[in-house]
Design a binder for this molecule. Structure first.
Ligand code: GDP
Length: 138
């Protein structure tokens, strides 16, 4: 079993998509084994997205991620990382497959509803950014 970090971003929370996103995970045999709502500070958002520090969209992205509450979750499944990325769809919703979360709900390249770790290394960093071992079931 593999673990990955998922975030329902502030646009997803404010638009009432928490239930819909979790329903898609559960329908696809992905288990939620830890979950909380967080309102990141600008500094916390910058720390989370530190790999993108040099990108032109870094300021805008970290403003967005600290603009309201988000739901962070640890997901568990066989191949959880790629399975979650498949359900999410491409970063740019216009290029995302039909039926993916981003294709169905994203409104622009930045406000794309969900985040998912993209490798075992980033999953380990991202899970430990939000959760300690006692907060993760299973
Ligand atoms: P992800 O792994 O699919 O989330 O994509 P990336 O790691 O490449 O980018 C992280 C996040 O930055 C994306 O989910 C978007 O919210 C945002 N983002 C990516 N590319 C762009 C861009 O070209 N412009 C803006 N404004 N935001 C972007």
């Amino acid at each position: 079993m593999e673990k990955t970090l998922s975030i329902i971003k502030p646009d997803g929370v404010s638009r009432g998509l928490i239930g819909e996103v979790i329903r898609r995970f559960e329908k696809n045999d992905i288990r939620v084994i830890a979950m909380k709502m967080v309102w990141m500070t600008k500094k916390q958002a910058k720390g989370f997205y530190a790999v993108h520090e040099k990108r032109p969209f870094f300021e805008s992205l970290t403003d967005f991620m600290s603009s309201g509450p988000a739901v962070v979750m640890v997901l568990e499944a066989d191949n959880a990382i790629s399975k979650n990325r498949e359900l999410m769809g491409a970063t740019n919703f216009e290029e995302a497959e039909e039926g993916t979360i981003r294709r169905d709900f994203a409104t622009d390249i930045e406000k794309n509803v969900v985040h998912g770790s993209d490798s075992p290394e980033t999953a380990a960093f991202e899970i430990s950014y939000f959760f300690n071992a006692f907060e993760i079931a299973g």
